[in-house]
Ligand binder design. Structure first.
Ligand SMILES: NC(=O)c1ccc[n+]([C@@H]2O[C@H](COP(=O)([O-])OP(=O)(O)OC[C@H]3O[C@@H](n4cnc5c(N)ncnc54)[C@H](OP(=O)(O)O)[C@@H]3O)[C@@H](O)[C@H]2O)c1
Length: 295
C-alpha cells in the first residue's frame, strides 16, 4: 500500500533529502514549504493535516538558528514546540502517525554521554529547550508519534559545517575550530532514508507499538568539531588541506551555550529498529563527492 506522507519543510537539509529519496520508497509525498504553510502558525499547520488526511506526517522543518533563537524565543517556541504539538493533535484526529525530528541539544553534555533516550534532559539553550518542548507536546497529543533525535546534520546542500569549512578554507584565512565539543555527525541523506523506511512501518503500527516514543539516530562514531574539520579537508583537499588550529569553547563566545558532549547512545536504534548507521567518515565521502561533482 502506498503510504501518503504529508511533509512539512522542503528547503532544509532533511526536507531536500526526503524528496530526493522518495521515489525509491512506496510513498506519495505532499510537501509544504514556508509559502504553503508558515510553521509559526500552529492552527494553519493543523488545518493542513486535517485537509490532507495523510497516513504519516513528517516534520522536516524547524527553527534551527541556534544563536538567533536566544533573541527570538517566541518564534523558536512557536515553530519548534507549539506547531509540532498542534500538528500531532491534528494527526491523531485523522488517524495519522507522526514523525518529529529533535536534537541532541536536549542534553547539557556535562556528564553521562553517550545519553540513552530516557537519560535526564537539561537543554542549555533556547533551541534545545524549544525542541524538548516539541518532543513533549507531540508525545502528549498523539500516542502514534516518534521523535527522532539527531545531531550535527550535514549534506551537500543548505547551511552546514562541511560547507562552511570548505568555504572558509577557500578564502585562505587561518582556521581555528573548537576542540572541546564532541558529537556524532549525521548525514541528512542517511536520516532521510531511515525516515522513509520507517514511514511505511509506522503507517500500519498501532498505538503502543514499541517504535513510537523517542529514538536517537546519528552516524556511527564520535569526533570533535576540530577533528571533523581535519577529516573534511583530508577528504576534500588531500595534500592541499589547511592547518586547523584548536580553540576552546570558553574562548569562542556565542549567544547560545552549546553542550560539550551531548553524544547520543544508539543502542535502541539497533535493538528496536534493526538499524546500524554507517560511520560518519563514510557518509562524509558521499557528501564530498557530490560537492566535487557539482563544482
Ligand atoms: N542542522 C543540524 O545540525 C541539526 C542538529 C540536530 C537536530 N536537527 C534537527 O533536524 C531537523 C532538520 O534540520 P535541517 O538541518 O534539515 O534544517 P535546516 O536545513 O536548517 O532547514 C530548516 C527548514 O525549516 C524551515 N522553516 C524554518 N522556519 C519555518 C517556518 N516558520 N515555516 C515554515 N518552514 C520553516 C526552513 O524553511 P526556509 O528555507 O523557508 O527558511 C527550512 O526548510 C530539524 O528538526 C532540526 O531541529 C538539526
Amino acid at each position: 500500500m502506498t503510504v501518503k506522507i504529508l511533509q512539512f519543510g522542503t528547503t532544509g537539509q532533511l526536507g531536500v533529502e526526503l524528496l530526493r529519496q522518495a521515489p525509491a520508497h512506496d510513498v506519495a509525498i505532499t510537501a509544504l514549504g514556508r509559502g504553503d504553510c508558515d510553521l509559526a502558525d500552529p492552527a494553519a499547520a493543523a488545518r493542513k493535516v486535517e485537509e490532507l488526511r495523510p497516513d504519516v506526517v513528517v516534520i522536516a522543518a524547524a527553527y534551527t538558528a541556534v544563536d538567533l533563537a536566544e533573541s527570538e524565543q517566541d518564534a523558536a517556541h512557536a515553530v519548534n514546540a507549539a506547531t509540532p504539538g498542534a500538528i500531532a493533535a491534528a494527526a491523531a484526529k485523522v488517524g495519522a502517525a507522526l514523525i518529529n525530528v529533535s536534537t541532541d541539544y536536549v542534553f547539557d553534555g556535562e556528564g553521562g554521554a553517550p545519553y540513552a533516550e530516557d537519560a535526564a534532559t537539561n537543554p542549555l539553550n533556547t533551541y534545545g529547550r524549544t525542541k524538548l518542548e516539541g518532543e513533549k507536546a507531540v508525545a502528549a497529543a498523539n500516542p502514534r508519534s516518534l521523535s527522532i533525535r539527531t545531531s550535527w546534520v550535514v549534506s551537500p546542500h543548505g547551511k552546514n559545517f562541511v560547507k562552511t569549512m570548505l568555504r572558509v578554507a577557500a578564502a585562505g584565512n587561518p582556521l581555528k575550530v573548537v576542540d572541546d565539543q564532541s558529537g556524532r555527525p549525521t548525514s541528512a541523506a542517511d536520516l532521510a532514508g531511515f525516515i522513509l523506511g520507517l514511514a511505511e512501518t509506522l503507517a500500519a503500527a498501532p498505538a503502543g507499538d514499541r517504535r513510537f516514543g523517542i529514538v536517537h539516530f546519528a552516524n556511527d562514531g564520535e569526533v570533535t568539531w576540530r577533528d571533523f574539520a581535519v577529516e573534511i579537508f583530508r577528504q576534500a583537499l588531500g595534500d592541499a588541506a589547511p592547518e586547523v588550529g584548536a580553540q576552546k569553547t570558553a574562548d569562542y563566545v556565542t549567544p547560545a551555550k552549546r553542550p560539550l558532549r551531548a553524544t547520543m547512545d544508539l543502542t535502541r536504534l539497533n535493538r528496536d529498529f534493526g538499524v546500524s548507521p554507517r560511520a560518519w567518515q563514510t557518509a562524509l565521502k558521499d557528501i564530498i563527492a557530490e560537492l566535487k561533482a557539482a563544482d
